[in-house]
Ligand binder design. Structure first.
Ligand code: UDP
Length: 260
């Protein structure tokens, strides 16, 4: 059965990055995967978490927060602050984003500082966590480029780029980058987080009132790998388009050019 927007099974939604949407942040980007739009902004705090000080852990920290704006969904979503507690889903997602970003960060090169990556969903249409990771990595890279420019950091602290995409089994076929109606109807839903060298950081996959075969899983991972290669190319363009690119950042982007 054809997809509602006419996409091929392995085709991403139109993906775009608009850098510097939040000028007070050290790095920011508005990332869109079709109608899913997330503001990702990185800010730098010249301090490290208390547990790192207590345990004399060298280096810095990268962490993330995730939230859906009240008007990001068709029915208004109550702010967590109004409910008095963090939504369990948001908590799970922000930890996933933080792990993905730390997997590609050399925390020692970052030095004794914390980078907060805030992901706020402007419009939700499926795949907000994967868009957050993909945009969050761009915001982080732009912030780190700024830190190098300001002389706070001498070597680029990212080892490579990380991106994420969803895949699922929908109407009996493996498809890439599900929108909300596809996500709702999918028998299986995977969120795949992968580095630009093609290694996995995290896989979240489950059958929804369903099971999946090893062959279906393999097919979903193949689609995801191709999608992530495409996303990494777009991330690189977005980081460069933010401007004021330092030699260190160029070397980082350039040295990885042949690997994706
Ligand atoms: N969604 C929603 N309200 C919520 C949670 C989710 O409308 O409180 C919708 C939204 O479009 C989201 C989709 O359901 O993108 C899928 O949610 P899921 O928890 O699978 O996370 P996501 O796919 O966004 O990472």
């Amino acid at each position: 059965m054809p997809r509602s927007d006419g996409r091929e099974p392995g085709q991403l939604r139109p993906v775009s990055f608009v850098p510097d949407v939040a000028p007070h942040a050290a790095g920011s980007v508005l990332v869109s995967f079709g109608n899913t739009r997330v503001i990702c902004a990185a800010t730098v705090q010249e301090d490290i978490p208390r547990w790192m000080k207590a345990q004399s852990v060298a280096g810095g920290w990268v962490t993330a927060e995730y939230s859906m704006l009240p008007y990001s969904t068709p029915d208004r979503k109550t702010r967590d602050i109004a409910r008095g507690k963090l939504d369990g889903r948001s908590s799970e997602i922000q930890r996933l984003i933080g792990r993905a970003l730390r997997a590609v960060t050399d925390l020692k090169k970052l030095g004794p500082r914390t980078v907060w990556v805030d992901c706020d969903v402007l419009q939700a249409d499926g795949g907000t966590r994967t868009a957050s990771i993909t945009g969050g990595c761009v915001a982080l890279a732009i912030a780190l480029n700024g830190l190098i420019g300001a002389g706070g950091v001498s070597e680029f602290p990212l080892t490579q780029l990380v991106a994420a995409v969803s895949a699922g089994v929908w109407e009996g076929s493996p498809v890439l980058d599900l929108d909300y109606p596809e996500d709702r109807d999918a028998a299986v839903d995977f969120n795949v987080v992968m580095t630009e060298d093609g290694n996995f950081v995290e896989l979240q996959g489950s059958g929804e009132e369903n099971v999946f075969t090893a062959a279906e899983m393999e097919a979903m991972l193949m689609l995801s790998r191709t999608g992530i290669e495409e996303l990494v190319g777009k991330q690189r363009e977005a980081i460069l388009s933010a401007g004021k690119t330092t030699e260190e950042t160029l070397t980082f982007l350039g040295s990885n050019l042949g690997t994706s």
